[in-house]
Design a protein around this ligand. Structure first.
Ligand SMILES: Cc1cc2nc3c(=O)[nH]c(=O)nc-3n(C[C@H](O)[C@H](O)[C@H](O)COP(=O)(O)O)c2cc1C
Length: 372
């Protein structure tokens, strides 16, 4: 992260650890916003399992490797990322920063990574694209017929995005019980400039109906209408990973939506090895859901992911200290990642491999945050 100084970071430079970032976010957000950011679907079993699964992977380091100062960079879709930690799509990102997706896109450029820009996010996708030099990927929710979709894809292409990411794990909006208890309805409260008013969407029945009706035929159609790299987000099995690769997608994005959608799902990190094996080099693999530490990033890369993404931690970084807070969060992740690589005896991401990990029974202490 060249050029990031104490001055760029301001008060966020005081944040010395990732738990401090999370604690400051918690103090800054209202109770409803905090619950919205950290909660999961129903019993929150998927949410917790995402963290436990990382704790069940222990390192098996090599010593006397002269690892020195490691290189944290990695290549994703032909671009070198100084830090292979992408910023995940968060439609309601304006809840956490007034500049919403634009703030994230700017920080991504400063940190040497890329960002996803949500269909539901604010400001308009063109404004975000023109305000950042980072690689940006437009995250698509399908809220209309193919004519609607073609228009949106044309807007994304004209704006100059580096890829299109279709989210396929929201056939029905997850029952986030914290929000239901709080009577907090985020979907009604934020502006959606990429979508327009719901009445403007031709043929729209209700928001989730089109997402719920999507099939692989629609993906094949989408593959045919755009030359942009295509990313499918929400893959959680080797079966679907193989079908996605057969459809010519460029990136298989392993995710359970951070535990916010299907309860009692597998942890994304537990699905990663079978996905990497099914894809067999035909597409790149990205993972999110539960990434909170540099060591989590290293584990995912060792199991074959090209990059990871952060959702909650991104929202918390922004809440803790605005753009500087998010930049500081990424810097802390990079420091943790570099420390982990060195102590593993690894000089660069390309030297990581699955044999550096062993599955163990979870230790409660390492599954931080155990309970938010
Ligand atoms: C507040 C919030 C809003 C989200 N909104 C979207 C969205 O609009 N589109 C999408 O594909 N994923 C959305 N996600 C899921 C993230 O993109 C990502 O998959 C998830 O947060 C990763 O897990 P993590 O939070 O444990 O890092 C959202 C997540 C959060 C926390």
């Amino acid at each position: 992260m060249t050029g990031v100084t104490q001055k760029t970071l301001g008060r966020a430079a005081d944040l010395l650890t990732i738990p401090e970032v999370v604690e400051r976010a918690r103090q800054t957000l209202s109770g409803d916003q905090w619950d919205y950011s950290c909660g999961g679907a129903e019993s929150e079993t998927t949410l917790r399992r995402n963290r436990t699964a990382f704790a069940e992977l222990a390192f098996r380091p090599r010593v006397l490797m002269g690892a020195g100062q490691p290189d944290t960079s990695a290549t994703f879709l032909g671009r070198l990322l100084a830090l292979p930690v992408l910023l995940a799509p968060v439609g309601s990102i304006a809840t956490f920063h007034p500049d919403g997706a634009l703030a994230c896109a700017r920080v991504a450029a400063d940190a040497g990574t890329g960002a996803f820009v949500g269909t539901l996010s604010h400001p308009a996708l063109e404004v975000v694209r023109s305000g950042s030099t980072a690689p940006l990927f437009f995250q698509l929710y399908v809220y209309g017929d193919r004519g609607w979709l073609r228009d949106l894809v044309s807007r994304v292409e004209a704006a100059g995005y580096q890829g299109i990411c279709v989210t396929v794990d929201v056939s029905a909006y997850g029952r986030r019980e914290r929000d239901l208890h709080n009577r907090y309805f985020p979907r009604q409260s934020v502006e959606r400039p990429n979508l327009g008013a719901s009445t403007d969407v031709p043929g729209m029945v209700h928001r989730d109906a089109y997402n719920a009706a999507l099939t692989w035929d629609d993906l094949a159609w989408l593959r045919g209408v755009t030359r942009l790299p295509l990313i499918v987000k929400g893959i959680m099995s080797s079966d679907d990973a193989a079908i996605a690769a057969d459809h010519g997608v460029d990136v298989v994005y392993v995710s359970n939506h951070g535990g916010r959608q299907l309860d009692h799902a597998l942890a994304s990190i537990d699905v990663l090895p079978e996905v990497v094996s099914a894809v067999d080099g035909r597409a790149e693999v990205v993972l999110d859901s539960g990434i909170m530490r540099g060591s989590d990033v290293v584990k995912a890369l060792a199991l074959g992911a090209r990059a990871v993404a952060i959702g909650k931690l991104m929202a918390w970084g922004l809440s803790a200290g605005g753009e500087a807070g998010l930049l500081r969060t990424l810097q802390l992740l990079q420091t943790e990642m570099a420390t982990t690589l060195t102590n593993l005896g690894v000089r660069s991401v390309s030297e990581l491999h699955p044999d550096l990990l062993r599955r163990v029974s979870p230790s409660a202490a390492s599954a931080w945050p155990a309970d938010l």
